[in-house]
Ligand binder design. Structure first.
Ligand code: IDP
Ligand code: MG
Length: 144
């Protein structure tokens, strides 16, 4: 099934100049970019996006990490895009992520882990709405 999913390239990805590498992996796996923008995450957006970890002791540090620079938000489209992106990312803790995954190759630890990817098709729909206006998302399959 063709799905869309939300990816965020986190501040460490930008600072370490890994955006190109990460996007290349998504493209090489057959995913297409159907939305893209750089943005500073406002408090409210971040609080919604990370509502499920808001009560955890690490939230203040996560908040300051995620607001330490802009992030790059991507909407990616393709066959099973949600699960495919999660597979390419690897698990949350970069130190436990296998080599060959994005977090395993470029991440530092559990917090500083290069990318966000939606964890279910339902959340992907909600998250895309959170980060993109409808007119900022494109249906296209590029003509080759
Ligand atoms: P995910 O990004 O792999 O889906 P979530 O559990 O949804 O992981 O957590 C959201 C983000 O919160 C993680 O990507 C990471 O940046 C941060 N995080 C999660 N667990 C921890 C932790 O135990 N310590 C520090 N940061 C964490
Ligand atoms: Mg998550």
């Amino acid at each position: 099934m063709i799905e869309r999913t939300l990816v965020l390239l986190k501040p460490d990805c930008i600072a370490d100049r890994h955006c190109g590498d990460v996007i290349s992996r998504f493209e090489a796996s057959g995913l297409e970019i159907v939305g893209c923008k750089m943005m500073l995450l406002a408090n409210e957006v971040l609080a919604e996006h990370y509502a499920h970890v808001m009560d955890r002791p690490f939230y203040p540090e996560l908040k300051s990490f995620m607001q330490s620079s802009p992030v790059i938000a991507l909407a990616l489209s393709g066959e099973n895009a949600v699960a495919l992106v999660r597979d390419l990312m690897g698990p949350t803790d970069s130190r436990k992520a296998p080599k060959g995954t994005i977090r395993g190759d470029f991440g530092k630890d559990t917090m500083v882990n290069v990318v966000h990817g939606s964890d279910s098709p339902e959340n992907a729909v909600l998250e895309l709405k959170r980060f993109f206006a409808e007119r900022e998302l494109f249906e296209f399959t590029a003509k080759r």
